[in-house]
Design a binder for this molecule. Structure first.
Ligand code: SF4
Length: 76
C-alpha cells in the first residue's frame, strides 16, 4: 500500500512523563485540545492518541516543552 505524504491518516500515541513536568504550560498554550493543566499547573492528557488535523499541533506542543516531558510517536 502506498504511504501518504501527509500525517493526516496516521495515528500517533502521546505519552507524558508527568513527574518531570515543571508546569511551564507551553504545551497547553500550543495545543490546548490535548495538553491540559491540573490545579497544580502540571500537565495531563485529554487523550493518549491523536490523528488528523490535531497531529501537527500535538507534535508542536510536545516540542515546545523545555523539560522534554511529552512524546508523540507514530503507531504502526
Ligand atoms: S511544557 Fe512541559 S513542563 Fe511545561 S506544562 Fe507542558 S509538559 Fe509540563
Amino acid at each position: 500500500m502506498q504511504k501518504s505524504a501527509t500525517n493526516d491518516d496516521k495515528t500517533y500515541k502521546i505519552t507524558a512523563d508527568t513527574p518531570n513536568c515543571c508546569g511551564y504550560g507551553l504545551c497547553a498554550s500550543v495545543c490546548p485540545e490535548i495538553y491540559k493543566l491540573d490545579e497544580d499547573g502540571l500537565v495531563y492528557l485529554a487523550t493518549d492518541t491523536v490523528s488528523g488535523e490535531l497531529v501537527a499541533s500535538a507534535i508542536e506542543g510536545a516540542a515546545s516543552c523545555p523539560a522534554e516531558v511529552l512524546q508523540v510517536t507514530l503507531i504502526d
